[in-house]
Ligand binder design. Structure first.
Ligand SMILES: [Zn+2]
Ligand SMILES: [Zn+2]
Length: 264
């Protein structure tokens, strides 16, 4: 059985751990936070970081990779040296990732690959984002399934299929359209965020969730919530309203920038 530790989520830094509760082993998705935030986050949600057996990277933006070096070196001192998986274009585009190649086991993945680690399999699927290559992941283990998708302007049919029928779902709800309009960003930044290669807004996220509601779905977390163009409450309510309208029993949480949460 999976559980998802959202250590940090948002444009200032992201890190989540998918754990198999039975073994305590896990896979880290991205690390755009400090070593201290990572260690404190793990302690707060009850994950032993020495159980990490792989790190997977969604894309090269700093809020997803800037802490990889310090955290992997810190893990290494604890005797934990998980391989790091990223798309080749992502490694090329990220100095942090390129720098890690000399010291760590950095492996590449492509579309359709299956990454096996921590007794689970991770299946990368494309997201729609302004990075060299960007991915979400579907994790499977002993009949359990977990879907994770952030940093995507739209959800493609392929991504929707990959997220279907999961028990735990982490889905981006980045901004509210009106709040983005009123936010103090330059016009080009607002355009980028709202574009098909930007971020999902609350309404889009809610529409996706409606399509993804299944009998197996138990826990949903709104992720990558903007602190400038959204509120945690609005993001959660957007998803919760879908669950309530459909009479579904799934719980809805929200991932924070500065407070770790446990999902599932
Ligand atoms: Zn991001
Ligand atoms: Zn990004």
């Amino acid at each position: 059985m999976f559980r998802l530790h959202v250590l940090a989520s948002g444009s200032s830094g992201n890190a989540s751990v998918v754990e198999d509760m039975h073994t305590g082993k896990g896979v880290l998705i991205d690390c755009g936070i400090s070593k201290r935030a990572f260690m404190e986050g793990c302690a707060a949600t009850g994950f032993d970081p020495s159980g990490l057996e792989a790190v997977v990277v969604t894309h090269e933006h700093a809020d997803h990779v800037k802490g990889l070096g310090v955290v992997m070196r810190g893990l290494s001192k604890m005797g934990c040296r998980p391989p790091l998986y990223a798309h080749a274009a992502c490694i090329e585009a990220s100095r942090s990732l390129s720098d890690l190649r000399s010291d760590f086991d950095v492996r590449t993945f492509s579309d359709g690959d299956q990454i096996s680690a921590a007794g689970m399999s991770a299946h990368p699927f494309r997201t729609s984002h302004d990075a060299s290559a960007s991915f979400g992941f579907r994790f499977e283990c002993d009949g359990d399934a977990l879907g994770f998708a952030t940093d995507t302007g739209v959800v493609s049919a392929q991504a929707r299929e990959a997220l279907g029928g999961v028990r735990i779902l982490g889905l981006e709800a980045n901004h509210g359209l009106k709040m983005l309009d009123a936010a103090e960003y330059p016009a080009y930044v607002k355009k980028r965020i709202a574009s098909d290669r930007g971020h999902l807004n609350n309404d889009q996220s809610a529409s996706e969730l409606r399509l993804l509601l299944s009998a197996r779905l138990e826990s949903v977390a709104a992720l990558h919530v903007s602190e400038n163009a959204n509120t945690y409450r609005s993001a959660r309510e957007a998803l919760l309203s879908v669950v309530e309208q459909e009479g579904h029993l799934a719980s809805v949480q929200v991932g924070f920038q500065r407070r770790p949460i446990l999902v599932g």
